[in-house]
Write a protein that binds this ligand. Structure first.
Ligand SMILES: Nc1ncnc2c1ncn2[C@@H]1O[C@H](COP(=O)(O)OP(=O)(O)OP(=O)(O)O)[C@@H](O)[C@H]1O
Length: 223
């Protein structure tokens, strides 16, 4: 479902004398449907960079990245957008939303974009918000003023509202209390059972042990 072969990445800082920062080289990795792979490695090892390459934000310097049938390194921007809309979800650590859009709409939006009728999308959003313990009185408010943990749960609800073949999770349990952390681990387990291939960064070791089938240490790919 996710295939990387001989991928390398460098950053060139054009505004700093074209300094070149090699980040990783020769990454070969395959994630099967229903499998969850956790990325390990010290700060700066390239975990986020690898996720952003799979998401299609960063181009690889060389090698091939195929995600749910799309060759991400060579795809046109509109193909990347279609991949994200239909087949891939990215739960980042921080919620980025348009101000004044109610929480329930923020969560329902990914389903609406793929043509799900509005009432169904809202029902599904409401069910997830309830499961993630966001009080109903907050659903019609914008999440911009929510607490860190509330924003993270809104982000998780938005990420899990569609059933997609590929998910990228960046510390999905980072600012959560025990009960919500348990809910998120269940959501991850259910996605795996449906055949979703997952790549994630989990600093929470116990969470990592519960959901990851394999760990990849980025030190292996140091450039
Ligand atoms: N947009 C960018 N431009 C230049 N250099 C970058 C960029 N993004 C990342 N880097 C560099 O790439 C290296 C890897 O960064 P990355 O954020 O992937 O590490 P990480 O393993 O996710 O670290 P952390 O655990 O601290 O989040 C770092 O040296 C960083 O400075």
């Amino acid at each position: 479902m996710i295939e990387l072969s001989n991928v390398s990445k460098t950053f060139t800082l054009h505004n700093q004398g074209a300094a070149v920062i090699p980040v990783m080289s020769d990454v070969t990795l395959s994630v099967a449907p229903g499998e969850c792979v956790g990325l390990l490695g010290a700060s700066g090892a390239g975990k986020s960079t690898l996720m952003r390459m799979i998401w299609g934000n960063y181009l690889a310097a060389s090698g091939r990245i195929t995600v749910a049938g799309t060759d991400v390194a060579r795809a046109e921007p509109r193909e990347i957008l279609a991949l994200r809309r239909e087949r891939m979800a990215y739960v980042s650590q921080f919620l980025r939303v348009v101000p004044r859009v109610p929480t329930i709409e923020v969560v329902a939006e990914p389903l609406l974009l793929t043509g799900t009728p509005e009432d169904q999308a809202r029902d599904r959003a409401a069910a997830l918000l309830a499961r993630l313990r966001i009080p109903e009185r907050l659903w019609q408010l914008s999440p911009t003023t929510f607490s860190g943990g509330e924003q993270q749960r809104v982000n998780i609800a938005r990420g899990f509202i569609r059933q997609v073949p590929v998910m990228l999770l960046d510390e999905p349990t980072a600012s959560l209390d025990a009960a919500n952390r348990e809910t998120v681990l269940s959501l991850i387990g259910e996605a795996k059972a449906r055949g979703t291939a997952i790549v994630g960064i989990f600093h929470d070791e116990a969470a990592r042990d519960r959901v990851c089938d394999r760990m990849i240490d980025m030190a292996r790919f140091a450039a």
